[in-house]
Design a protein. Sequence first.
Lengths: 211, 326
Amino acid sequence: MPQENKPSSVPPKKDKQEARRDFLKQSSAVMALALAPPLVLKAAQHDEAIAAVFEKMPVNLEINGKKMQLSVEPRVTLLDLLREQLALTGTKKGCDHGQCGACTVHVNGQRINSCLTLAVMQEGKKITTIEGLSSGDQLHPVQEAFIRHDGFQCGYCTPGQIMSAVACLHEGHAGSPEQIREFMSGNICRCGAYDNIVNAIMDVKNGGQIA
Amino acid sequence: MNPFSYVRPNSLKAAIDAMARDHSARFIAGGTNLLDLMKNGVTLPEKLIDINQLPLREIRQDGNTLHIGALVLNSNLAAHELVKTQHPLLSEALLAGASQQLRNMATVGGNMMQRTRCSYFYDTSMPCNKRQPNSGCGAIGGINRMHAIFGASDNCIAVHPSDMCVALAALDATVLVAGPKGERRIPFTDFHRLPGNTPQLDNNLAKNELITAVEIPTHPFTKHICYLKVRDRASYAFALVSVAVAMDISDNVIRNIRIAMGGVAHKPWRLPDAEKALTGKAPTSDNFRLAANIAIQGAKTYAHNGFKKDLAFNSIQTALLKAATA
């Protein structure tokens, strides 16, 4: 369920210190009692780092073309932000340790593993997920090629495979089946659809649909 | 992950000051190893200092030195024209490591700072002198197929996992670091440590110091190079054994040669005796076999990694031959 996708959840123009103090003032009574508020307030004024443990931080992202002002705890990964707060569940959590590639998204056009970066580290960046790849009902050429070549079986790795494949083509790393296998090696498919995935990417490359 | 606070300083000084104020903090750049360790509870910093705003992303030629900022991404470094043409060994080593997604996140400084992938280090229910000093070593009497054959101690037999660092060790790079007392330079081969009695220390960087750059001197190794990585699958796996070779050959004589290995020690493992044995010699299979034999002297194996000695012997010869005929 989306929980924090309201742009209004963060005061838009307040400076960090001010927002932080506001947060502390607005904290629930239970929280306030537990944390001895005068001490925390004092600490927040002198060391802005301390307050951040307890509160969410503002982060501005452009996700699939839509600018968003969000609020996250520092420990939230980009993957968890997408899935848990924004309900963009097309991006999959496979291993959550950067070993499988299921969480692959584009940041400023480059493919990365969204499980191994913090959302707050992506301030100001443009994120593209599998949901942002098609133009309305018009599938991306790589999506169409995956369907045409049966480039999946269970489908769990597929969003990551497709995001990785689009980047692989853009990078110019799809010159041969061997090169595709090397540069797609960060995306594991336990069903073993590799041959069809490589064929799908080669098809797009040869069709000249992606420069 | 456990909660932590997060700061994003805009200057080198502010970053170092933030670390000086809180020694439980960690710098974060790409995060590909640190966040993994934090998810596993291996490292539990109370504060992360995000250094991505610092101006350390430049690659430039300074006279006889290639200057590489600590925040340069592994993918950008591998693809950089100066690296591909002047330091192709580094480019090859970078592309042998991780996946394109991870190379798009991982930085030069972070690659150097990555921790061992020893499974006992990662498993907080097991003893590990590196994670918890004086708790013992799970690997020495455990499953040690991936572990060191050179320079290990009775406290730790873990290996350093980097490919990039093997090339930088071979190319006689220098590490530039900044701290509260200013800047200092560390020869790359002195940056990482052997485990000895202090396996918790991977390198000689002080807690409040930050890597700012790596410099590579101009050298003649633009043609006869090879980075050979042997692993359990064709790609996207850590090395069982890797070999970096760079040589300068003229008139069928090896004028200058560098050899380093990965996957065999707690640090990138230079082979000075083998280099010495081949300098001034002809690049022949016989000489390469001789050098490989010198290189594996002193190898110490454990219950499951005996094969690494043979693998190293063969891989060194293969890499030397490939480099010579490149």
